[in-house]
Design a protein around this ligand. Structure first.
Ligand code: ADP
Ligand code: MG
Ligand code: ZN
Length: 495
């Protein structure tokens, strides 16, 4: 009997507003700031303190919801979700419950051949909790838990999908698309290791072909795509085991232990009535009219899927289009380079630009840990360099050196090539001489090659390139070398 996995994801997105959701405390990077320095009576839950709604957070919520094709509700209402936990000083979290900000959206995942629509049930606003720090290293006291309220009250947007996801990989693709949309909209840094975007995975199984939804288990606080994927894979295995052993799956909440690759039982699932939700008496409803929606919509940038289809229309593969569109800064860099190429260097086509970005620029980006607009290689310099390689002024090998010098000095590629003497040698006579020299110096290798050890040709090629300081035209070197080998072979045959 085959089983099918049914997966629904909840995403918690911290919004990068200036101030918190219901007070004027600053939103700071809670992984990198002095604890409890951005706290006031409202976000520390002092009795009698009155919250007020952060308008910017609401606007961001609407912007994200529109990007996710949701229906924005004309009226949404905050409620109190009552529960006790040490990181929640008020004893309740202000969240939207019966009347969320937006409902009924979707995003598409997959590629142009094979698209899957994942529906979004709801998007609602709430506030983050404080942060507990468990430590064994606090003065002379061992094993203490500390509380940092800098994060308490930071605006959170919760995005809840329908259980439309069918595999761990689809879950990751959905999460990546969401990550992309949020960073395009510039409402979240996307730094998942800092916990600003966290996922919860709801997983159940059913017999393939059945329409029934079975009890699910929920894995909390997944902070990376890797743990999202691994935890769901693990949970599916667990549930298959349980079904086979005829055990009943109960609704439960689990944690994920990344280092051991295991889920940990946390609690049997609470139900919404356990939270005694009721409308927040200290906050008015949010009313969204068409005019406000239109104004927000007018600030919508182009989204990843639009960029992807544009890049595909330029002749890129689905894979390349996806890689280049994943980050807005890279997508915009690529677009500008393509535009400059079309205007000034018509030999420089989208495909080579894409290759140069995904190989050479990505390797520099990884090396220095900066974004594409911070590495000091503007699109016009890249395009000019590709053109210079195309026209034979320098070769691809030297171009890598040129790129690094451009980055260091900001000088144009043409100037760097002259300054470093990296012009390509295209002269046939010089190359023929270098090839002959290498063959004369390595008679044993040549014999082995003629005896059938074909791979030696690459070694000889490398020797010729090296003997010319890597500056010769590799295409001419290759054909010249092949001709010389053929001649040597004919000569041997004739003996
Ligand atoms: P709650 O509000 O109690 O967390 P919801 O019904 O709103 O529960 O669902 C929360 C998440 O669980 C949603 O993402 C939804 O898609 C997912 N989900 C609901 N039922 C199932 C199921 N049987 N299997 C897997 N996921 C489910
Ligand atoms: Mg949940
Ligand atoms: Zn505050």
């Amino acid at each position: 009997m085959g089983y099918e996995a049914i997966i629904g994801l909840e995403a918690h997105v911290e919004l990068n507003t200036n101030s918190k959701m219901f007070c004027s405390c600053r939103v700071v990077d809670s992984t990198n700031s002095e604890p409890n320095c951005h706290v006031c009576p409202v976000c520390s839950g002092m009795p009698g303190a009155l919250p007020s709604i952060n308008k910017r957070a609401v606007e961001i919520g609407i912007l994200v919801s529109l990007a996710l094709n949701c229906n924005i509700e004309t009226t949404s209402i905050f409620a109190r979700k009552n529960y006790f936990y040490p990181d929640l000083p008020k004893g309740y979290q202000i969240s939207q419950y019966e009347k969320p900000l937006a409902t009924n959206g979707h995003i598409n995942i997959g590629d142009s051949q094979n698209t899957t629509k994942i529906h979004i049930r709801r998007v609602h606003l709430e506030e983050d909790t404080g942060k507990l720090v468990h430590t064994n290293d606090y003065g002379k006291t061992k094993g203490v838990s500390l509380i940092d309220l800098n994060r308490a009250g930071v605006p959170l947007l919760e995005i809840v999908s329908e259980p439309d996801i069918r595999s761990p990989l689809e879950a990751v693709n959905y999460a990546k698309e969401l990550h992309s949309v949020l960073t395009y909209l510039d409402v979240n840094s996307g730094d998942m290791e800092k916990g600003v975007l966290r996922f919860e995975a709801n997983v159940s199984l059913r017999v393939t072909g059945s329409k029934q939804l079975n009890a699910r288990r929920e894995i909390k606080n997944l902070n990376s795509f890797k743990s999202l994927q691994r935890s769901i894979e693990y949970e599916i295995e667990q549930q298959i085991g349980a079904y086979k052993a005829n055990e009943t799956i109960r609704q439960e909440t689990l944690g994920w232990d990344e280092s051991n690759g295991k889920t940990i039982f946390q609690r049997s699932k609470e139900h919404s009535h356990d939270y005694r939700y009721f409308p927040e008496p200290d906050l008015p409803p949010i009313n969204v009219n068409d005019e406000w929606k239109k104004e927000i919509l007018s600030n919508m940038p182009e989204l990843p899927h639009t960029k992807r289809s544009y890049f595909s229309s330029l002749g890129l593969t689905d894979y390349d289009a996806r890689v280049l569109a994943a980050q807005r800064s890279i997508a915009e860099y690529f677009e500008l380079a393509v535009k400059l190429g079309a205007e000034k260097n018509p030999h420089v086509l989208p495909k080579p630009i894409s290759n140069w970005i995904t190989t050479h620029l990505f390797s520099i980006i990884n090396e220095v840990g900066k974004s594409i607009d911070q590495i000091n290689i503007p699109p016009n310099h890249l395009v000019e360099l590709i053109d210079l390689v195309h026209s034979g002024r320098t070769n691809a090998n030297s171009a890598k050196i040129v790129l690094r010098e451009v980055r260091k000095t900001g000088a144009a590629p043409e100037i760097v090539i002259t300054k470093l003497g990296l012009e390509q040698t295209n002269d046939q006579a010089t190359i023929t001489k270098a090839v002959q020299q290498v063959l004369d110096n390595n008679p044993d290798q040549l014999t082995k090659l003629l005896d059938g050890k074909d791979s030696i040709v690459n070694w000889l090629f490398g020797q010729v390139m090296q003997s010319m300081d890597g500056k010769s035209n590799p295409d001419i070197v290759r054909t010249t070398l092949q001709d010389a080998i053929k001649r040597a072979s004919n000569k041997r045959g004739a003996q």
